[in-house]
Design a protein around this ligand. Structure first.
Ligand code: THU
Length: 136
């Protein structure tokens, strides 16, 4: 993760979470994605038409791609109903698939409760045998 520490990424995810728009679930999520050496933030954005909602991880992924950063190195995620996250919020299946499209070999996923309480695993471990461009 070179010049960024895990704690930097988690702090960014906590700040990103402040932008969450989650009036339906009340579950606010923030994500900070390290891509091509820069951090891109995302939050969940819900909609009155529930299916139109977007997860924090995909918001961050799409921001990175739109900015031309297509090599994902790590993502930190923090979410929950309370001010302080009570559980680790691992990315949903759709987000794992979206991340895998742009993930570097050893991309790490960090699920955090706060800066010093987190778990980190590779995306490959969270999504083995992902569907990819190689077989199309
Ligand atoms: N959510 C995320 O932002 N990321 C995930 O990986 C799972 C769920 C959001 C979607 C919805 O706004 C809320 O959390 C409850 O599902």
């Amino acid at each position: 993760m070179a010049k960024y520490q895990v704690s930097d990424l988690i702090r960014e995810a906590m700040e990103a979470r402040e932008g969450a728009y989650a009036p339906y679930s009340g579950f606010k999520v923030g994500a900070a994605l390290l891509a091509d050496g820069k951090i891109y933030r995302g939050c969940n954005i819900e909609n009155a038409s529930y299916g139109a909602s977007n997860c924090a991880e995909r918001t961050a992924a799409f921001a990175a791609i739109a900015a031309g950063a297509g090599h994902f190195q790590a993502i930190a995620i923090i979410g929950g109903r309370e001010e302080r996250a009570e559980n680790y919020a691992w990315p949903c299946g759709i987000c794992r698939q979206v991340l895998s499209e742009f993930a570097e070999e050893e991309m790490q996923v960090i699920a955090a409760k706060d800066e010093s309480d987190y778990q980190m695993v590779s995306l490959r471990r969270l999504l083995p045998h992902s569907f990819s461009l190689d077989i199309l």
